[in-house]
Ligand binder design. Sequence first.
Ligand code: F6R
Length: 246
Amino acid sequence: MVTLHVVGREDAGAFAADRILSRAAVGTLSALGVATGSSAEPVYAALAPHPDAGRLLAGTTAYALDEYVGLGPDHPDSYRATLTRQYVAPLGLDPARLRTPDGAAADPDAEAARYEAELRARGGVDLQLLGIGANGHIGFNEPGADLAGGAHVVTLAERTRRDNARFFARPDLVPHRALTQGIGTILRATEIVLLAFGEAKADALARALEGPRTAAVPASVLPGHPAVTVLADAAAASRLTRVGAA
Ligand code: F6R
């Protein structure tokens, strides 16, 4: 079931941060699924200055959705380094509380299996933050993905490499492959909060929330999950017709 809130970026960040901290405060957030990229940034920006966030999240383990193959934890463009800068360091958390697949692993397929086993042992995260790709991906589950699969290695769609080139010094430095939680992994989360901002996400969001469940739009699995909150700005929500705004 999807609940939609049409809100600006900053309010969306505050809303998600509040949800995270309220759950941490009542002891129902031992595992938080964290996303990387522009959409989740307002959440980390809202958590960072919060006076209680570091204390409340000190006992929560964060699990990254994905990591680039070939970028080790010390590479500044790795998702581990990005999440360390945006989430772990500002809150003064123990770096061991951030779990990520190792992009520098010698055997990426084995590393994906290890990460899936770790998440499975956990039983799924309590709250998963998600962004959505302009092509409808969640995590790095690109169109055509297995809608029930576990963590695995993917070849990034050219659209995704182009969209993410803004985070790299040069477009050709964007890796071609990534380790990602599978859609089955993501759907084990008890609660999902999806953030989407800007016109570039409007089509993907409409197809995800109002179209048929299809591997062509990996995010179209979300309406089948029992507890999804979508925080979208007016531009990203502009092509939604049936899902009413709360
Ligand atoms: C990031 C991730 C991706 C992004 C998506 C949107 O960990 O898994 O699915 O959430 O590509 O990216 P942004 O938010 O940069 O538009």
